[in-house]
Design a protein around this ligand. Structure first.
Ligand code: ADP
Length: 708
């Protein structure tokens, strides 16, 4: 079965291998088991129902809250040669009717609907006339009120689906689910725990960065200056901030758009489309933007203010790099923003239990900003995943800046605050410290304090930023709402007494790791945009950035070579093969240097492999008695990929030393388990065995015994 699924993967989607979790989910679905797949954004969840939909008889129903996304999803499928449609509130009654007729005639393999549609008795009656083998529930975290996007209509899904005569299998999918939300999903949709496929939340192509104590407007300006040719989203906490930043960047001449709840539907739609179509590069938005964004080439997401919880943060940040290309997620932190978020929670949540739940989430979010450990690991731990190694590329992992002891300056600030009776905010305190002649300062007589003018060698703004830093380090606490008051914390008291020191990294943070694009890439991107415009679809529907990058490396000259490009299936080959091949060869004729540059890069990448196929490189390391994890790390691949490489060497008879994989005793144990539960699914076999025996060993056994 899974081999057949693999053929579908290649033929329609143009990929050679399944990603982590995809094969197990597809296996379970084909075996008719209700399943939940928890995979990160960009992990490839859609294929988990699209492939079974193509293999099973009848029409697969996809339930999604993202109405604005449905058209793009359907367009993408149609471009891949897969008949699909959607029914939602954007269609007129007659359009809905004619689509229903087509569905009844069996013209589609996939139909997208919003959950509310299942509340219509007539529609459910219509569904009952159809063969529906599978119902995919996208964004399944929406059914938990402990999640961050609770939708009451999700609670009715199970009941509606359960009444259908065709008894469809249910596949729930989500990217952001804490353990509590996961158990809600299993419970509501009647999914047994054994059919939970959790691949891990890690996004290895995302580079997380927290920036503290910087002038963020200038920081953003510098950043977009460096990255102006890349698509990016800047999230602000409020509409007002969106407007401010929009005006600021627009005046500076950047290609920006804006999106928030205060704009009319038409403006929002226009702005969104312009962003999807690459007509504007940077979108400045509140969190209202993005639920319906499937754009795969977003290269950076900046949070201009701290979001209110990790779920929201990871979902928003996760909109970067869906295509797997390296991308950045930057959180600009200023302590005052915590107040803004507290205020928003206070205003919106009345129920005391839910209010405390939200406050705790905000505290977890603030801890993320303060942690000095790996940021990626913090996120993984938050979502209940055990994080083993530091990612090595977040701002904490990479931070090699020297620390400077700033205890003395901190003491100056703290003692000034004490002398002012801890009743004022940043601006007055920094004013006193820098010797300002501000009227209020003089009226209160603060110019007679011993701390007056103690830091006059710095500007008031610099001292303000330093105070922000002390807040973020927990040396100063912020109290009160609209006019925050600063208080010396218990940690601050220890600093004042000289029992604790404070240090601060000196140089400003570095930015922009996103690689520059080469000329061929830009040429292909322009071609993609012109085709997309003429077809009225967003460019990523034609090809992802990853496919364009692969074309720049592979430089295909024939249809066969073009089919080897990642993301090129038969349908895309037929539609665009010729024109892209032509463009590539024209470019190469004019720029012969490109070819030389690429072959050098490829050569460098292949270090220990010369022209050896990838799986044999893994095999060589494995034979050198290196562990799977070490090989994965060394090669920058997932452990699942390396295991597949090794299994392949057994399948092809390159390796026949089974002793490396299991002892005789282990082999016997696996054999017994297989006899008992059969070979349809790996999971039941695994469950028959002691914990130490891995899936890897089971797969090996099946190859050895000729059952795979
Ligand atoms: P998700 O819904 O989990 O956010 P998508 O289903 O949109 O992710 O997939 C993200 C990207 O990864 C898409 O461009 C998709 O074509 C690609 N993708 C999915 N599966 C594979 C695979 N097995 N190999 C390579 N790319 C894949």
């Amino acid at each position: 079965m899974i081999e057949e699924a693999k053929q579908v993967l290649k033929q329609y989607f143009g990929y050679d291998e399944f990603r982590d979790g995809q094969a197990s989910i597809i296996e379970y679905i084909l075996a008719g088991k209700n399943t939940v797949g928890i995979m990160p954004t960009g992990g490839g969840k859609s294929l988990c129902y699209q492939i079974p939909a193509l293999m099973l008889d009848g029409v697969t129903l996809v339930i999604s809250p993202l109405i604005s996304l449905m058209k793009d999803q359907v367009d993408s499928l149609l471009h891949q040669g897969i008949p699909a449609t959607y029914i939602n509130s954007t269609l007129s009654n007659s359009e809905v009717e004619s689509r229903m007729e087509e569905i009844a005639l069996g013209e589609y393999k996939l139909v997208y609907i919003a959950p509310e549609r299942l509340e219509s008795f007539g529609f459910v009656r219509f569904l009952n006339t159809l063969p529906i083998p599978l119902v995919a529930v996208d964004e399944a975290h929406c059914l938990s009120q402990w999640g961050h996007d609770f939708r009451p209509s999700y609670l009715g899904i199970y009941k509606a689906v359960n009444q259908l005569h065709s008894h469809p299998t249910i596949l729930a999918l989500t990217a952001t689910a804490t353990p509590q939300v996961q158990s809600d999903i299993l419970h509501h949709l009647h999914i047994p725990d054994e059919y939970k496929v959790l691949t891990g939340f890690q996004r290895t192509n995302l580079f997380f960065q927290v920036v503290k104590g910087e002038d963020r407007k200038r920081w953003v300006e510098r950043y977009v200056q460096k990255n102006h040719q890349h698509s990016g989203i800047i999230y602000c906490a409020t509409r007002k901030e969106v407007e401010n930043l929009y005006l600021f960047l627009e005046k500076k001449g950047f290609s920006v758009g804006k999106y928030h709840g205060g704009l009319t539907d038409t403006v929002r739609q226009d702005q969104q489309e312009a962003f999807l179509n690459d007509s504007i590069t940077i979108m400045i938005a509140t969190n209202a933007f993005g639920m319906g964004i499937n754009k795969s080439n977003v290269r950076f997401v900046i949070h201009y203010q701290i979001p209110k919880n990790m779920e929201g943060y990871y979902q928003e940040a996760g909109r970067a790099g869906r295509d797997g290309v390296d991308s950045e997620c930057v959180l600009l932190f200023s302590p005052q923003d915590i107040q803004t978020q507290r205020y928003i929670i206070d205003q919106n949540i009345v129920n005391p239990e839910l209010h405390e739940n939200e406050m705790q989430k905000l505290r977890d979010m603030v801890d993320f900003v303060h942690t000095e450990a790996c940021l990626q690991n913090y996120i993984l731990t938050y979502f209940g995943e055990h994080a083993e190694e530091a990612c090595g590329h977040c701002s904490n992992c990479l931070d090699q800046r020297e620390s400077e002891d700033v205890t003395k300056e901190a003491q100056m600030v703290l003692s000034c605050m004490m002398r002012m009776n801890e009743r004022f905010g940043t601006s007055l305190i920094s004013g006193v410290l820098t010797g300002s002649r501000n009227k209020k300062i003089l009226e209160w007589g603060f110019d007679r304090l011993s701390t007056y003018g103690l830091m006059k060698d710095q500007s008031q703004k610099e001292v303000g930023l330093f105070i922000d830093y002390l807040i973020s380090e927990g040396v100063i606490n912020v109290e009160g709402g609209s006019f925050p008051i600063l208080k010396v914390s218990s940690k601050g008291k220890e600093v004042l007494l000289g029992d604790k020191s404070v240090s601060r990294k000196v140089q400003p943070t570095v930015t922009a790791i996103i690689p520059k694009e080469d000329g061929l890439f830009q040429t292909l991107r322009t071609l993609r945009k012109s085709i997309a415009d003429s077809e009225g679809v967003p460019p990523f529907v034609i090809f992802s950035d990853k496919s364009l990058q692969d074309m720049c490396v592979k430089m295909p000259k024939t249809s066969q070579e073009f089919l080897q490009v990642s993301g090129v299936g038969e349908s895309k080959m037929d539609r665009y093969g010729e024109i892209f091949i032509h463009e590539i060869s024209a470019y190469l004729e004019e720029n012969p240097a490109h070819q030389v540059k690429v072959s050098k890069t490829v050569q460098n990448r292949k270090t220990n492999s010369s022209d050896t196929p990838s799986y044999l490189v893994s095999f060589a390391l494995f034979k050198d008695q290196k562990g799977i994890k070490d090989i994965a790390k060394e090669r920058g691949m997932s452990t699942a990929t390396i295991e597949n490489h090794i299994i392949r060497t057994y399948q092809e008879g390159v390796l026949d030393d089974w002793g490396i994989l299991f002892t005789e005793e282990e082999e016997n144990l696996i054999g017994k388990a297989v006899e008992k539960v059969g070979t349809d699914l790996l999971k039941p076999i695994k469950e028959e065995l002691p914990k130490e025996i891995s899936y890897f060993q089971i797969k090996g056994y099946l190859v050895k015994s000729g059952q795979n």
